[in-house]
Write a protein that binds this ligand. Structure first.
Ligand code: BDR
Ligand code: CA
Length: 297
């Protein structure tokens, strides 16, 4: 099994990513979760990570609260896109456990630096504040990762499209991470908008009668009523079945200084340091996620 750290802001699609990682014990060993302000303020994203681990009976996995605000940008006002609690207000109990006293950015750096080089994978599915802070504190971090799967940005947007949420929330952090030299696979809106499977996934999960599948289906109903996309789950799905996805090599830069364009991407054809994921097979993704989460007792 390969060690994985998930840096996140749950968030319903973050929740599906976490549950998918927990549902793959033969391939993935979830070493811990770090949380960041994004979909919700830090207290809520941290509480939600704890609630999800408790739901799945994996409360021994540590949760590390990280940054409560972006590195440089002002914090965004709280939105109820993922419900008031960030989990779709589906009645998940309040957490009975508490986060670790170790800061999320320290946890990321320490986990990667104490493991053999090239062994730890990081899935970063919220604003990149914690990851940028960790890379700044420990410059060797980027070169020690096995892989860095990022949900963020939109590399090939239609003219005038607004910046994607994660890159737009902390553009300076996205810049630090994209220029770090880490082995990045970028799952931007280019590909994650093709993961418009929330309704079908909820229906498939309802066929299995487990509390985890039921809870996931209830959250996905909320997503289905709004965006339909399970953006973040793509980053974990690619660890389990890479052939679901297709993409191209290149180099992605993010605008972080011009307030009118911050969080938008620029693609450099001749650069080859990033894998830009652009396509996916939605049926295969649906079957993977539904099949795995159904097995979580
Ligand atoms: C990203 O923004 C958040 O709302 C989702 O959790 C995802 O990480 C999509 O733009
Ligand atoms: Ca997220």
């Amino acid at each position: 099994t390969a060690p994985l750290v998930i840096d996140c802001d749950p968030g319903i699609d973050d929740a599906i990513a976490i549950l998918l990682a927990l549902a793959a014990p033969e391939e993935i060993a979830l070493a811990g979760i770090s949380t960041v302000a994004g979909n919700k303020p830090l207290e809520k994203t941290t509480a939600n990570a704890l609630r999800l681990l408790e739901l799945a009976g994996r409360a021994e996995i540590p949760v590390h609260a990280g940054l409560a605000r972006p590195l440089m940008a002002a914090a965004r006002p709280e939105s109820d896109y993922h419900g008031r609690d960030g989990m779709g207000d589906t009645g998940l109990p309040a957490p009975g456990t508490t986060p670790s006293p170790v800061h999320g950015a320290d946890f990321i750096a320490d986990t990667v630096m104490s493991a053999e080089p090239g062994t730890v994978t990081l899935c970063a599915i919220g604003p990149l504040s914690n990851v940028a802070l960790a890379m700044t504190r420990e410059p060797r971090l980027a070169g020690r990762l096995r892989a860095l799967h990022i949900m963020g940005g939109e590399v090939f947007p239609t003219e005038g499209a607004p910046a994607e949420f994660n890159f737009g929330t902390d553009p300076a952090a996205a810049h630090i991470v994209l220029e770090s030299g880490a082995p990045i696979s970028l799952f931007g809106l280019d590909v994650t908008r093709q993961a418009n499977i929330a309704a079908e996934l909820a229906e498939a999960l309802r066929q299995t009668d487990t509390p985890v599948a039921e809870a996931a289906a209830a959250m996905l109903d909320v997503t289905a009523a709004g965006g339909r996309f399970v953006h973040d789950a793509c980053t974990v799905a690619a660890l389990l079945d890479p052939e679901i996805f297709s993409g191209r090599e290149g180099q992605v830069h993010v605008e972080w200084r011009d307030p009118a364009r911050e969080g938008t991407c620029r693609f450099e054809e001749n650069g080859t340091s990033h894998r830009v994921v652009t396509g996916l097979d939605p049926d295969r993704l649906l079957r993977l996620i539904a099949g795995r989460i159904a097995k979580l007792a």
